[in-house]
Design a protein around this ligand. Sequence first.
Ligand code: ADP
Ligand code: MG
Length: 702
Amino acid sequence: MAGSRAEQSHDLDALFFPRSVAVIGASTRELSIGNRIIKNLHDFGYTGLVYAINPRGEEVRGLKPYTSILDVPEEVELAHIVIPGTYVPAAMEECGRKGVKVVIVNSAGFREIGGEGEELEREVLAIAREHGIRVFGPNCQGIINTDREVRAYCNFTFTRPAEGAISIVAQSGGVAEMINQRFAELGTGVRMYASNGNACDISIPEVIRYWGSDEATRVIVVHVENLSDPAAFLEAASEVAAHKPVLGMKAGRTAEGARAVSSHTGGLARQEVVTELLFEKAGMVTFRDVEEMCQAAVAFSTQPVPRGNRVGLITNTGGPAIIATDELVEAGLVIPPLSEGTRDALTEQLHAAASISNPIDVLATAGAEHFRAAIDALMDEAEIDSIYINFVTPFFVDNESVARELVEVNKEGRKPIVCNLMTDKKEWSDTVTILREGGIPIYTFPEMAARSLAAMTRLHLLRSRESGEPVRFEDVDRDRARAIFDEAWESEHVWLSSGQVYEVLEAYGIPVARWKVACGASDAVAAAEEIGFPVVTKADSPDIVHKSDAGGVVVDLKDAGAVREVVERMEVSFDSGDLQFLIQEYLPGGRELIAGAKAEEGLGHLLMFGMGGVHVEVLKDVSFALAPISPPEAGHMMDSLRSRPILEGARGGKGVDREALLEVVGRLSQLVTEQPYIREIDLNPIMAFEDRISVVDARIGL
Ligand code: ADP
Ligand code: MG
C-alpha cells in the first residue's frame, strides 16, 4: 500500500485516511483545542476538506462556519468532538444522522472521572453502535498520518513528525507525544500515530492489526497503561509480530505506579510481569525504558533482524569499543573470534598496525577503503550475524566518503548494522546526514548502540524459539478433580482442605509424598504405621496458613510414641474445633522447589516456578509464564533460574530429575487451564531428588 488507503476498505481507513474532517466545537480562541486542531490540519498540509462547526456561526481560521454538522453539504468521514462532555451525546446523534464514519472524542469527563462519567461514556457508545459510528477516545488526543496523500494531523499537540516508517500507539497522550517528540529530535520519521485515551471502542489491538497490513509501517511502537482485553491484545499482537517488529512497554510496574495508572485512565493495572509475559508470548520486544525503546525503533525501522546473536565490531578508536563489548556481552550477545581466512585477508587490506581480531581496530587513520574492507569481511564471515561500528570522525580523514561507503554496504541489507557516531554534529553535519539518509542507525553513546542491537537480537530469539503445543496429559482424572472443587464450592470454603488438595493433585498425576488425614492421636498413629516411619505430622486446619511458623510441622517422627506425643501437644496448642492432622512420608535431603499459579483476569493463569521452601521470599529466584505452556516453555522457565546450575548438579552436588520436574510444571499448567476457577495454587515445597519428585505441601484457593 505504501501510501494511501488500503485497497480493501477497513473501518479504520476513515480514521487514518479521512477524506474530510469536521471539528464540532471549532473555536475562534487561538488557545483552544477547537482552534488548534484546525490550525494543525492546515499547517500539516491536510489534503482533505475541513469543516468548522461552531454553534454561534463564527468563522474559524478562515473557514466558512456551520452551526450544525447537518448543515455541511458534502459528506463528512471523520468528526472531532471537542465540546464539554455532557453535550457529546447530542453531537453524536447529529453525526449519526450525517453519516459520519469515525468520531474522535477529544473531550474529557468520561470513565476517567468515574460515576457519571462512566454512564456518559456508555451512552456515547450506545449512540455510536446504533448509527454504526466508530469511536476513538474519549478523553484522547487523536491521530496523525504523515502519508503524503493525506497529511492528517487530527490532533491538538505540537510535534510535526517527518515522513517515516515507525508507527506509534499509546493510550496516554503524554507518552505518545513524548515518543513522537523524541523521534523528531533523533531525525527519524514517523508513519502514523494514535493515542486513544479511554479507548471505549477503537482499541490498541485493532490499531496494531491495521498497521500490520500497512506496508509503509516497518515498526510498531506500543505503550499501554492497562489492557482491557488481554486476549484480544495477544491475538492481534501475535499476528502482526510474526512479520513486523512490534516494540512494547507497559506503565505501572510498581504498586505505586499501578495506582497512578488507575486514577489516571480509569483501568485496573496489573503488575508489569504479566503484561511483559503477554508481550513476549505475542513475540513483541519489550522495554522498561522509553528512550531505549525509541532508540531501538530507529534501528528496527531500517535494519534487517539479525539471524543470530554473534556480533562483529569495527572501531577506529579503542575505548568506546570496550564499552560496547561490555554492554553486548552483558546483554547475552557473543563476540566470536574471526576466522583465519578473514584475518589473513584483512592483514593485507588494513594498516599494518591495525588490530585484526574482534573488535577490528582499523585505527583512526582508516579511510573509506579500510572501513569497507572490514565491513565486507564481517558481512562475508559466516560466524557473524550483526555489525557494530564505532566511528569517530578525525579531522585528517575524509569522513564523508567513509559514511558513503558504509551506506553503500548498508543498501545490500545483508546483516544489521548499528553505528556509534562520535562527532561534532555541526562540524560534520554532512557526514551525519549521509549516514542518516542512508538508513544507518546512529547513536551518541556505545551503550545505546549496543542495546539497540541487543533488542534486535531479542526479536530474532523470540522468532526462533521453539513453539510447540501446550502440554496435555491424557491420564488425568478431570471429573474427580471437578467433583472435589464442586464439593468445596458448595461448602463455601475458599481454601481446600489438605485431603482435597492432595486428591486433586493425584487426579492430575502430580506426585505427592504418601499422606493420610487423621483425627486424634490413635488415628494418627495408625496412619503413620500404614505410611511407614519416619513420618511428618502437620496441623491441618483452614485457619493455619503458615504451619511451620505456628509450630504446626514436626518432621522425622520415628515411632508411634513420637507421633502420639506431637499430636497431643498440637491439640492443646492449636485448640481449634476442626483441627485434623496430616501424616506424611518424611522425605529429607531434597532440593526444595516451588511451583504455583494465580488467576489473572482475562488472561488465564500466571504460572510460577523456582526455588522454594520457607526462604522463597528471600531468594526470589522464580520465573513466570502464562498458562497453558508448551514443553519448551516449561524448559525455558527452568533454564532462566539463577539457580539452574544447582538444579543441574553444580560442583559435585546431585542434580534433580529435570524431566519429572518439567512434567509437574506441565501438569500444573494443564490443571489450572482445565479447572479455571482455581484462584491460586501453591506447591511449596516440591521435594526434588535425582530420581524422584514429590510435593510435600500444597494449597489451593477458589
Ligand atoms: P508451611 O509452608 O505451612 O510452613 P510445610 O508443609 O511447607 O509448611 O513445611 C515447612 C518445611 O518443612 C518445608 O519447607 C520442608 O523443609 C519441611 N517439610 C515439610 N514436609 C516435609 C516432608 N514430608 N519431608 C521433608 N521435609 C518436609
Ligand atoms: Mg509450605
